[in-house]
Design a protein around this ligand. Structure first.
Ligand code: SAM
Length: 373
């Protein structure tokens, strides 16, 4: 007889992990399961599929921040042994409209949790229950406090297999039907424009210190070091600060701001719109700039990610370096900022081409690379 686990792996079925299983068991205890159900932050699709199986649902609503998670979830849904339909939403009122149960993998960012909780409190069924789970080592008291800002009742489950669930119910009356507080818009005298930020966007509505170093290098580069015309790309654009800054500094450039995160591109679109540069800055949601043509880019700006949710990962930026090398024209320029402790200059030299240090502080280093021809 075939091993069920082996055949599950071969068929591409993703198994729920201990956090998913605890969320499902705690949700089942509530006895409120009824369509529509919203599943949020389920990176693999395993939670949505297992919830549909467990509660006998044909449709679930889903939100994934990263496009890569959407793909994983689509694969899991296709591989599931039922005709499940996962309807994908942005982090918007329609995701929660009338929903009675929200299954949530707790996000790392409290601002993202706050944005989700407020939307649920404003738009879900008044008797909605949120069942929010995570690994205990990644959970903090701040998560309870954040949920308490939107719900009268927040309680914690017992721990099981290093996992725990928070239950939230009774949306605060003053939030019912309220317009979203996100994106938050904050003006910056230093930048001369405003930053718009959804909860999950890197650095929120503030200027990140590394981004500031890259902008200083961009401003101080001798004339002729960077092209003034052609196509510039802000790869991993976050709230769009680099894209807007370069568009304003160099009015002859066309700019693409690209990120895989819903929170990032939704923020960047708003930052671009408020700055009035939407005629020259296009914002795209995709993994690693995948839609950008090979050999088409004259200038590339990159402040790459350096931790995977909770850990610093040295080679995490390498796939972005490889994609940058693919899209740059031979001889074109790339400015990268990174934590000074990381060996990124050598990696850039190897993957992109000759790379010169422009500045180095205790925290951040900026490197200018030229795409080898
Ligand atoms: C350190 S933040 C920098 C954000 C922005 N450029 C800034 O300087 O404020 C890195 C960004 O890269 C994005 N990112 C990470 N991996 C990515 C990938 N594979 N494809 C596209 N974007 C990615 C993240 O979503 C995040 O917005």
């Amino acid at each position: 007889m075939p091993d069920p686990l082996l055949s599950a792996a071969a068929s591409g079925v993703t198994e729920p992990d201990p956090v998913d299983r605890l969320i499902l068991d705690e949700a089942a205890e509530l006895g409120v399961v009824d369509a529509p159900l919203a599943v949020v932050g389920d990176a693999t699709g395993a939670l949505a599929v297992a919830a549909a199986e467990r509660f006998d649902l044909d449709t679930v609503r889903t939100f994934h921040d990263a496009v890569s998670e959407e793909r994983a979830s689509d694969d899991a849904v296709r591989a599931s042994f039922r005709s499940l339909k996962a309807v994908r939403f942005g982090l918007e009122p329609a995701l929660f409209d009338g929903v009675r149960l929200v299954l949530l993998r707790l996000p790392k960012s409290l601002a993202e949790l706050d944005e989700i909780a407020r939307l649920v409190a404003a738009h879900a069924h008044p008797e909605v229950r949120i069942v929010a789970g995570g690994r205990i080592k990644h959970m903090s008291r701040g998560m309870n406090e954040t949920l308490e800002r939107s719900f009268e009742s927040v309680t914690a489950s017992l721990g099981r297999q290093k996992s725990r669930v928070l239950h939230a119910s009774a949306p605060r009356a003053e939030l019912r039907g309220a317009a979203s507080a996100y994106p938050i818009v904050q003006s910056s005298d230093e930048l001369g424009f405003s930053i718009a930020s959804h909860g999950g966007a890197f650095a929120g509505p503030r200027l990140d210190l590394g981004t500031r170093e890259l902008l200083a290098a961009l401003r101080d580069l001798p004339a002729g070091e960077l092209p003034e015309t052609g196509l510039a790309v802000d790869l991993g654009c976050g709230t769009g600060v680099l894209a807007v800054a370069v568009a304003r500094q160099r009015p002859e450039l066309e700019v693409i701001a690209s990120d895989r995160s819903w929170a990032a591109v939704s923020s960047a679109r708003e930052t671009v719109r408020i700055a009035g540069v939407e005629d020259r800055v296009e914002v795209r949601r995709e993994d690693a700039g995948s839609s950008i043509e090979t050999g088409s880019v004259d200038v590339l700006l990159l402040n790459p990610p350096f931790h995977d949710r909770h850990e610093v990962v040295e080679d995490m930026a390498h796939p972005l370096f490889e994609q940058a090398a693919r899209m740059l024209k031979p001889g074109a320029s790339m400015l990268t900022v990174f934590n000074s402790g990381l060996a990124h200059r050598a990696a850039l030299e190897r993957i992109v081409g000759p790379s010169t240090q422009i500045s180095r502080g205790a925290k951040f280093t900026v490197v200018l690379s030229r795409r080898r021809g």
